[in-house]
Write a protein that binds this ligand. Structure first.
Ligand SMILES: [Zn+2]
Length: 346
């Protein structure tokens, strides 16, 4: 399926609120951290949950909505030390040499073409030269595919193992660290991409400021997050995998992300509410998280090769069955992902 087959729009998103979820007000003495966007102390509890996907902790968290600006956030925010414990050691994809892994890499390449096409179109239309920086590059397959189209690429990841995997598995030059301390020159990149990064950050403004500084004047910022104003969140509540307790510190609606980008000096020029990689598979992972291939690998469940293949095929069938619903969501601007292309404001 080509990128242009998916709904893309220059119009802002329809606004939805998870009003159907059970709600109670967080008492003032329960507030551990006020709203990071407006500092308002009062919030409404939307749901409570724990690490449903990777089972790294039994601790329960709340997901709350600010009563002033409606930003949805995890509550309380774990400390940086605690948060590190909620990230599995092998949080990125590195193919092994067996047949199932080779099939998985073919699948990953197929669905990643959607991201590659979105970024290529952004850079081509901006007519800007220079490398693409992927923040949170993981194992580097996305950048390898960008490089195969003749562009220079650089990866950045918090995890040393991910940066190593990018170099060794996909021949992608990668740096380990935070964007705010990365050794890159001002105005050096044609594009900076952040796929599923800023919802994990305590201070997204610092990252967006750094990206703005590193982008060439005509460069493009591409940001993707789960869209909390989606039908899946309304229907599934805490089971929606886009909430991802306790790793997502902020659950953005499309309008929250646009407001944040505007505040950081960016102008949004393109929006997309469907991702071939993320939205159908996200719905499949929300229904039975125990089938999610990454979750099974991280939980280290013993599986025979035959059982692994069978579970992968069931997951693939569920993903395929999820495509029509996720396309309909996206067509109504209520898809479970939001991918934005933005340029620097003059
Ligand atoms: Zn607020």
């Amino acid at each position: 399926m080509a990128a242009q087959d998916h709904p893309e729009t220059a119009q802002p998103a329809v606004q939805l609120a998870p009003a159907s979820l059970p709600a109670r007000t967080l008492e003032p003495d329960e507030i551990a951290n006020p709203c990071p966007a407006c500092d308002h102390p009062y919030a409404t509890i939307l749901l409570e949950g724990s690490d449903r996907l990777y089972a790294t902790t039994d601790r329960t968290f709340q997901v709350v909505e600010c009563q002033a600006c409606q930003l949805i956030r995890l509550h309380p925010w774990p400390t940086a030390h605690e948060l590190r414990g909620y990230y599995p050691d092998d949080y990125w994809f590195v193919p092994e040499q067996d047949a199932v892994s080779r099939l998985e890499e073919i699948y990953r390449r197929t669905v990643l073409r959607d991201h590659v096409n979105f970024v290529s179109r952004a850079v081509d239309s901006a007519q800007v030269e220079g490398p693409v920086l992927d923040v949170g590059c993981g194992g580097g397959l996305f950048l390898r595919m960008i490089a195969e189209r003749g562009r220079k690429v650089v990866g950045l990841d918090f995890a040393l193992g991910a940066a190593n995997a990018a170099w060794n598995t996909n021949q992608v030059p990668a740096v380990c660290g935070a964007l705010t301390q990365a050794p890159f020159a001002s105005e050096s990149f044609a594009a900076v991409t952040m796929f599923h990064v800023i919802e994990h950050l305590y201070d997204p403004v610092a990252y967006l400021d750094a990206a703005r500084q590193m982008l060439k004047p005509a460069g493009r910022l591409i940001v993707q997050v789960p869209n909390a104003a989606c039908w899946q969140f309304l229907l599934l509540g805490e089971s929606w995998n886009g909430v991802d307790v306790p790793r997502h510190l902020i659950n953005y609606r499309a309008r929250d992300l646009e407001f944040l980008l505007d505040r950081c000096g960016f102008e949004v020029v393109r929006r997309k509410f469907f991702s071939l990689r993320d939205t159908p598979a996200g719905l499949a992972s929300s229904l039975p998280p125990s089938l999610d291939p990454m979750a099974r690998r991280i939980r280290k469940q013993p599986e025979s090769p035959r059982a692994r293949l069978a579970k992968d095929l069931v997951y693939l069938a569920l993903t395929a069955a999820s495509v029509p619903f996720t396309l309909l969501e996206a067509a109504c601007h209520a898809g479970s992902t939001i991918m934005l292309e933005a340029r620097k404001k003059k």
